[in-house]
Design a protein around this ligand. Structure first.
Ligand SMILES: *Cc1c(COP(=O)(O)O)cnc(C)c1O
Length: 391
């Protein structure tokens, strides 16, 4: 066994801010601190910096800069898109379609609307974690006002057929939102090809700072404002702008666009090596989710006969950081709603771990993680094997 090292394998929870990103942010805390709404030069300079960041984010998703509104992150964008649309269109209908595998920012927004009298259909997914388009079509009703389906799942990486869903939504004249937080920088996003009315984005998942994100709102779709106050963000989202955060997000988006191919190649090579070794060298392990339609840096693995929480603690003792699913559900011992929706039995869900790889990850990190896992799983199974026949 090699020497202990610190290996972070939780890039879907958050990413470190790239040094180039931090560097571009720093002046906006100090000498370039002006309020973007002011008419004097240091204010105007901050406004220019915001416009520049807006253009960079627009370029990453093939949008017009006027279609990008900054928010505090993916959660706010999801809440705004869903609750804002529901309230705007409630006279037309009160039915919303989403999936069972959404992030809690979407699920809990929908749950809130159910309390307000909206009716929500939660689509199933197949064993690969993908929604069925026929089930979606069958769920559409005359009073359906919104479809919200995530592009890439944060737990097991499945990529949904968003462009096809966009076509169906358009045919039925239904507003379509997608949470693309995990997709951004990892799978190509072209808002025109996808046929989306709104998408949610977050900076800290693409090597930018935390607490900043954006919503794309297609020109022609009038999403009502959600935060009331000043005239910032084209009167759509009030409050003095988080200028350093916006500048950092813009830089991270630029880097994500420039490095896209290299990033995807790097993380998918690490992931594939990891999965190949784990499945070959650790018995009774399963790879969860689609192999073909998948986030390039995601591996979700079930280790039969062991508890995920124990694996996480032993991994942490070896300097390896990872989580049992989404950051939100790993604090509770509830079985993952995503793996449950895929039809994975509860006993297997409890032995499931998400490993996500990022730009700073090396092949040595991956080998260290696999070597450590082999040792940990064998030890934990020794304890369990008093009760279970592993032959
Ligand atoms: C992280 C994440 C969010 C929340 O984004 P924040 O910027 O952390 O609020 C929403 N949806 C998905 C799929 C995510 O992975």
């Amino acid at each position: 066994m090699s020497e202990k090292r610190n290996v972070y394998l939780d890039y879907s929870a958050t990413t470190p801010t790239k040094p180039e990103v931090v560097e571009t942010m720093i002046p906006y805390f100090t000498e370039k601190f002006g309020n973007p709404s002011a008419i004097y030069t240091i204010g105007a300079n901050a406004k220019d910096a915001i416009d520049d960041a807006r253009a960079k984010i627009a370029e990453l998703i093939n949008a017009d800069p006027r279609e990008i509104i900054f928010t505090s992150g993916g959660t706010e964008s999801d809440n705004w898109a869903i609750i804002g649309t529901a309230r705007k269109l409630q006279k037309k209908g009160k039915h919303i379609i989403t999936t069972k595998i959404e992030h809690h920012a979407v699920l809990h927004s929908c749950a809130e609307l159910e309390k307000e009298g909206f009716d929500v259909t939660y689509l199933n997914v197949d064993h690969d974690g993908i929604v069925d388009l026929d089930e979606l079509k069958a769920a559409i009703r005359p009073d359906t006002i919104l479809i919200t389906v995530m592009m890439v799942n944060n737990e097991m990486g499945a990529v949904q057929p968003i462009a096809e869903i966009g076509k169906i939504a358009k045919e039925h004249n239904i507003v379509f939102h997608s949470d693309t937080v995990q997709a951004l920088g990892n799978v190509p996003i072209d808002v025109k090809e996808l046929g989306v009315d709104m998408i949610s984005m977050s900076s800290h998942k693409i090597y930018g700072p935390k607490g900043i994100g954006a919503i794309y709102i297609r020109r022609g779709y009038n999403l009502p404002e959600y935060i009331y106050g000043g005239a910032q963000e084209n009167k759509k989202r009030a409050g003095t702008e988080n200028v350093p955060g916006i500048v950092g997000f813009g830089k991270a988006a630029e880097l994500a666009r420039i490095n896209f191919d290299a990033h995807v190649k790097h993380v998918s090579e690490l992931r594939d090596h990891f999965v190949k070794r784990v499945l070959a060298e650790i018995p009774h392990t399963y790879y969860n989710g689609s192999r073909e339609h998948r986030h390039p840096g995601n591996a979700n693995i079930t280790f039969e006969y062991v508890e995920g929480e124990s694996i996480l603690l032993y991994l942490d003792a070896k300097g390896i950081s990872t989580s049992s699913g989404s950051a939100c559900s790993s604090k509770s011992l509830q079985p993952s709603h995503v793996l449950t929706a895929m039809g994975i039995p509860v006993v297997l869900i409890h032995g499931s771990i998400r490993f996500t790889f990022g730009d700073p990850t090396t092949m040595e990190d991956v080998d260290y993680a696999v070597d450590s896992l082999k040792e940990i799983i064998a030890r934990l199974r020794e304890i369990t094997s008093m009760n279970v026949d592993l032959s």
